[in-house]
Design a protein around this ligand. Sequence first.
Ligand code: GLY
Length: 300
Amino acid sequence: MMDFSLMIHGGAGAIRDPQRYEASLRAIVESGANLLAAGSSALDAVVHCVALLEDDPLFNAGRGSVLNADGEVLCDASVMDGRTLKAGAVAAIRGVKNPARLAYEVMEHSGHVLLVGEGAERFARARRLAFEGEDYFKTQERVAQLAKAKRKREIALDHSGAGDGKYGTVGAVARDRNGDLAAATSTGGVVNQLSGRVGDSPIIGAGTFADNASCAVSCTGVGEDFIRVSLARTASFFVEFRAMQAEEAAREAIRYLVAKVNGQGGLIVVDRQGRCGQAHSTPGMLTAQFAGGVARVDAT
Ligand code: GLY
């Protein structure tokens, strides 16, 4: 039986206080690794890790998401199964505690790939997913961040101008002991975004992609840039058709993002051999990986 690999991210940018995130990233990657060690699928492991990142108010997803121009939290998420190429995603949803779990339900039980807004929330109720009130999602830090963005009249790209210089979004990629790959991504979007704006995170091929023939990918950064160049799919193309390994494909994908649209952000990749890679065009990125039996956190 093969070994397993897992990588998670908590956003990219100019991370002012990286040590603030280290303990969470380590605990979450170890928790996911324990599942994979016990024989869980890559799919279950990535949804588990992203749900834990959503529960942690430090990260821009689920609880602690950034606020839009109306002062609301609207979340996006997606998941993809590399074994079947099935995918599920949700966008602009309110009140669902774990958007990544709803994306999984969409994939498994709706017959669709992407559900948005009220329809997605109705589906979440039908699937008996947990809901939380507004106060659960809105932290004081995010309220202050929105006020600052409004004073400066800017749509801050996640945490950039109005915050700590970090582009939010969380994600996970994994290869399980059967050699199956999966990816999941979740976000609250960007600070002070127009209500109804959707970034790359719920767009399969832009923010998330997984295919057993190549790799699993989760992205973070300025969503508009990632959508315009289909970045997650582009990274997988480099693995499948140009025989690159995870690290090289990640670096090449970022070169492509910058060359084509001067894009800001990063991505994590696990390839079908279980090699992990990451790259970013921002000064830093929060990642943690568990490969070859060892957990490593990289918060720069
Ligand atoms: N990358 C997250 C977003 O742009 O919404």
